[in-house]
Each structure stands twice: as structure tokens, then as C-alpha cells.
Design a protein around this ligand. Structure first.
Ligand code: SF4
Length: 359
């Protein structure tokens, strides 16, 4: 195990991806090696992200009432989960919520709507919301998560100021049909590609704990690397009553940590985000996850309550990490080629180009 972990840490420090077999070995490592796994993946995390933690804040623009049948989702067709259901927050209401998140330390606001995908009218509505959020917060980073995109919609969202687009692959291609029948894995891949082509930073992640195999988890992690997502949210299934996966309690805190370490070794230099279900499944081991991920959602999730924002900030400080400020770029410099605005040095000097002293 020591040789494997040393090799994985060295690869990660060079920005190289773990192989399928190496990733499987991490998932299958024994409990005795857990802290060694965390330490090795922690080196990789620190190489690319230091001790910074990026905070993200969810604003659920439209909740429930979805016609799709994703079996993990409390908003799916026929879901009997007792969640809030509402249709479209107004732009100003969303800006109020975003402002609260930013005041709590969030660097990115994720605007989310349930549904298969937006209509053109929905894209217009969300565009106005993004503009209102940007205006109110002094230009916080905004990620849109609206489902499958139709041609032209990604460009319109980008033009409205969306910095990123989220659409998760969730599980491996081989098992996608087991968790959803109303759209395909390929539909999801295509939406992530459209978002990237339109100039938005691609965000795409997975859900663990749905009864998948180790191979499924490794395959989806490798697929996300292949897709070159800039941020990879790792969710742990929240088995909502009233959904088909209500009985799936497959994770332990140690397994959840191994999954996060595996994702870090596969995606060493991208934003790995601790997402839904962390409190439920990591429980008292949550602070250890900060050595693996460099990003998390602050406060509540789409349809369930997270721990209070204050508790997150205390956990980050107690574990010796720091909240990433707005002036810092999250991704390492070599990953910023797709974000030209991040490479431009804003001119601060007056007229004329700075010349060497003797020129
Ligand atoms: S499309 Fe989105 S909101 Fe609808 S059931 Fe699937 S995950 Fe839930």
C-alpha cells in the first residue's frame, strides 16, 4: 500500500491521473491505511490548492415538479418526498439569497432549477436573475444548473454573465440507464460540452452511494477527467423517503473518505467539491475531508438542510484551512487557458509601457 500511495502522490504532484487499477486499489484499501490514504491525497490537494477552501452557495430557483425520473432525486416525477415545491424565484428574491451567501463567505453562487432543461423563456428569466445577482453582489462568480441545454442556450447564459455551468454525470455510462430512463448519459455529456464550447467553466460531478460498484465509481471519475471538468462535485446519496433509492444506505464515513481520495488522485488539479450528503455520511470525519477537497457548499442543499454556515466556517478554521477570498483564482494557472479573462493583468500603471531603468 505504501508504494502505491507514494506513486499516486508523486503522480498527483505532477498533475497526472491515477490509472483505473490504482483508483480501484484506493477504494479497496483497508481501514488501517485510511490515514495514509488521506495523507497522500492531501499532499496532492495542497500542491494545487494550498490550504484554501472555496465556498459555494446554492440558490434553488425552482423546486420540485420535475417530469424526469432520476431515481436519486427528491424532485423527480411522482416523488413523495415532503420537499418544498415552488416555481421560479423572482430575480430580486434570488439576489437577496445570493447576497446572504456571499456575506457568509461564498465565492460562487449556483443558481439551480429542477426540470429536464430550460425553455428559451426560462433562459431569459435566468439571465435576468444572473444579472441581478451580479449587480447586487459586485460580480460574484455565478454557475447555472438548469438541466439539459438546447442549441444556443449556453451562449445566451454566457452572454448574461454565467461563469460556469453544472451538469453532473452522476454515475458510470454502464449503469446510467439503471438510475434514469427519461434521458441518457450521452445527453448529459453533450450538455457539459455545449457549456464549455460557449465559454463557461464546466462543472460536473457524481453521486456515490446509489448501489454502484467500485468500478462504476472509478469509471465516472475517469469520465469526468476525460471531460476535463474544472470542478467536480462529489455528492453522497441522501436517500429521501418517497424516492426509489430511499432504502440505500451503503456508505460509511471511511468509505466516503476513500471515494474523495480516489477522485482527488484521478482529478489532481481540479476543484473537487464536497457536496450533498456530507453531514449524513462523513459525520464526525467531515474535517478530514478538507484534506482531500478544496471546495464545499455552504449551508443548505437543494431540498435538504445542511449544517449551519457558522459550523462550516468553524470547521474550516479548526482544521487549519482558510476560506478562499474573491481575489484568488481557484484553479492552478495551467488550467486557466479556457478562461482568458483570468490571464489578463489589469493595467494599473499610467500612460506608457513600463521600461527597464536604463532604456
Ligand atoms: S432532471 Fe434534475 S430535477 Fe429532474 S429528476 Fe433529474 S435530477 Fe431531479
Amino acid at each position: 500500500m505504501d508504494d502505491l500511495l507514494n506513486a499516486l502522490a508523486d503522480k498527483g504532484l505532477r498533475g497526472e491521473t491515477a490509472t483505473r487499477d490504482e483508483a480501484l486499489a484506493v477504494l479497496r484499501s483497508p481501514d488501517e491505511a485510511l490515514l495514509d490514504v488521506v495523507a497522500a491525497a492531501g499532499k496532492v490537494r495542497r500542491r494545487w490548492f494550498g490550504r484554501r477552501v472555496k465556498l459555494n452557495y446554492l440558490v434553488n430557483l425552482k423546486s420540485g415538479l420535475c417530469p424526469e425520473d432520476c431515481s436519486y432525486c427528491s424532485q423527480r416525477l411522482g416523488s413523495e418526498a415532503g420537499i418544498l415545491k415552488y416555481s421560479w424565484l423572482k430575480a430580486e428574491e434570488a439576489a437577496d439569497a445570493a447576497e446572504a451567501g456571499v456575506k457568509g463567505g461564498a465565492k460562487r453562487v449556483c443558481v439551480v432549477a429542477s426540470g429536464r432543461g430550460p425553455s428559451d423563456r426560462d433562459v431569459e428569466r435566468v439571465s435576468r436573475t444572473i444579472e441581478a445577482i451580479k449587480e447586487r453582489t459586485g460580480g460574484v462568480e455565478v454557475c447555472a444548473c438548469l438541466g439539459l441545454l438546447s442549441p444556443g442556450q449556453a451562449e445566451r447564459l454566457r452572454a448574461a454573465g454565467a461563469d460556469a455551468y453544472n451538469h453532473n454525470l452522476n454515475t458510470s455510462e454502464a449503469t446510467y440507464g439503471d438510475i434514469c430512463t427519461t434521458h441518457t448519459y450521452e445527453d448529459r455529456v453533450s450538455t457539459v460540452q455545449q457549456a464549455r464550447d460557449a465559454g463557461m467553466s464546466p462543472c460536473s460531478g457524481l453521486i456515490a452511494g446509489m448501489g454502484e460498484t467500485d468500478e462504476d465509481l472509478v469509471d465516472v471519475a475517469l469520465a469526468l477527467r476525460e471531460l476535463d471538468a474544472d470542478s467536480v462535485p462529489v455528492n453522497f446519496l441522501i436517500p429521501f423517503e418517497g424516492t426509489p433509492l430511499a432504502g440505500e444506505w451503503n456508505l460509511t464515513p471511511r468509505r466516503a473518505l476513500r471515494i474523495l481520495a480516489m477522485v482527488r488522485f484521478v482529478c489532481p488539479d481540479v476543484e473537487v467539491r464536497l457536496a450533498g450528503g456530507r453531514e449524513l455520511h462523513l459525520r464526525s470525519l467531515q474535517p478530514l475531508a478538507l484534506h482531500l477537497v478544496n471546495s464545499l457548499f455552504l449551508g443548505d442543499y437543494l431540498t435538504s438542510e445542511g449544517q449551519a454556515g457558522r459550523a462550516d466556517l468553524d470547521m474550516i478554521a479548526d482544521a487549519g484551512f482558510e476560506v478562499e477570498g474573491p481575489g484568488t483564482s481557484t484553479l492552478p494557472a495551467h488550467r486557466l487557458s479556457g478562461e482568458p479573462h483570468e490571464r489578463v493583468a489589469v493595467r494599473r500603471r499610467g500612460t506608457g509601457t513600463e521600461l527597464p531603468p536604463n532604456a
